[in-house]
Ligand binder design. Structure first.
Ligand code: PLP
Ligand code: COI
Length: 338
């Protein structure tokens, strides 16, 4: 298979190996790599009927010296276990999670895009409830799999700004599952996302479900803004996904760019205080937001065509750390020699 690394989108590509492990009778099996990319599960599986499932997303980066970096994989392991706990699923021990990710990356290392190509290897851990069942109750058995594929930009345009629209729909409830990474949140975002794309927006921005006055997040990424007084601001909310990229940017804005970095309410009627805005996440990396449609009004941040200077600096700092070009804060990188 020849891959045009520079022109990859965010699409499924079958890579040779994936990891699979089963939880049964109170324990996980050893787990193994397999070439079969089809799951064989009971028709009564709770994941299929009642959404008892959660997932993660992280990336592997090819470094200049040919080795491979994993970015904050321990944080993904911890977040998946928070999701598992809330959905009454067995936790995957952190060491097992990290080992599975490493095995999959090593086994598919020829699919880790070259340094400098702009592409990366996207890794998708998935935990689902399986086995016989039909009542609304936790599954008797669980399947944990990790698979991967090379990807390019999630939002077309990469570092070129794109536009978003504020949705009148909610992806999550105030005390619901918004802060964990479960499929149901994404199922709820499909229709609002379709409406946004039909109007040629990249995606929608959700508001806080209780009052619809504050920005929450994008369907697949967190929101951030840079204020006129040079603060890095991201929404504070119990119903958004605690983005690992967002927490990394909060740290980098403060410690590398010398900015004040805070999580606080982002009111829709105070967008004028921001000079730049963006969406951030593993898939989205940092995607500048040109403007957002709020009802009949269109609010432009820095520019609809050019990335702002602070967003550019944050992007450079984050991606250089991920690629191993500058030193990472302690514990952020796991380097795999292959
Ligand atoms: N918010 C949502 C809804 C997401 O799906 C993602 C992607 O994982 C993010 C935010 C960003 O999180 P992270 O930076 O951990 O990838
Ligand atoms: C990610 O950034 O890893 C995501 O999960 C976003 C999206 C592909 C669901």
């Amino acid at each position: 298979m020849t891959i045009d690394w520079a022109n990859l989108g965010f699409d499924y590509i079958k890579t040779p190996f994936r990891y699979l492990s089963i939880w049964k009778d109170g324990q996980w099996d050893q787990g193994k790599l397999t070439e079969d990319n089809t799951l064989h599960i009971n028709e009564g599986s709770a994941a299929l009927h009642y959404g008892q499932q959660c997932f993660e997303g992280l990336k592997a980066y090819r470094c200049k010296d040919g080795s491979i970096n994993l970015f904050r994989v321990d944080q993904n392991a911890k977040r998946m276990n928070r999701s598992a706990k809330q959905l009454l699923m067995p936790e995957v021990p952190e060491e097992k999670f990290i080992q599975a990710v490493e095995e999959v990356v090593r086994a598919n290392s020829e699919f880790v895009p070259p340094y400098g190509s702009g592409a990366t290897l996207y890794i998708r851990p998935l935990l689902i409830g399986i086995g016989e069942g039909i009542g609304v109750q936790p599954a008797p058995e669980y399947l944990f799999t990790v698979f991967c594929m090379p990807v390019g930009a999630y939002f077309k345009g990469g570092l070129t700004p794109t536009n978003f629209v504020v949705s009148e729909y909610d992806r999550a409830a105030p005390q619901g599952t918004g802060a964990i990474k479960v499929g149901g949140n994404y199922a709820a975002s499909l229709y609002p996302g379709k409406l946004a794309k039909e109007r040629h927006f990249s995606d929608c921005i959700y508001l806080d479900p209780a009052t619809h006055t504050k920005i929450e997040e994008v369907g697949s990424a967190n929101f951030f803004g840079i204020t006129k007084d040079n603060r890095f601001v991201t929404p504070l909310s119990p119903s958004i996904l605690p983005s690992i990229t967002k927490y990394s940017l909060l740290y980098l804005a403060e410690h590398h760019l010398g900015m004040e970095a805070v999580e606080e309410d982002v009111y829709l009627d105070s967008l004028d205080k921001f000079t730049e805005a963006g969406a951030c996440g593993t898939a989205a990396v940092i995607s500048p937001i040109g403007g957002i449609q709020v009802g009949d009004d269109f609010h432009v941040f820095y520019s609809e065509t050019e990335v702002g200077p602070v967003t550019q600096k944050l992007y450079d700092t984050l991606t250089k750390i991920q690629l191993g070009d500058i030193e990472a804060p302690a514990g952020w990188i796991r380097n795999i020699k292959n």
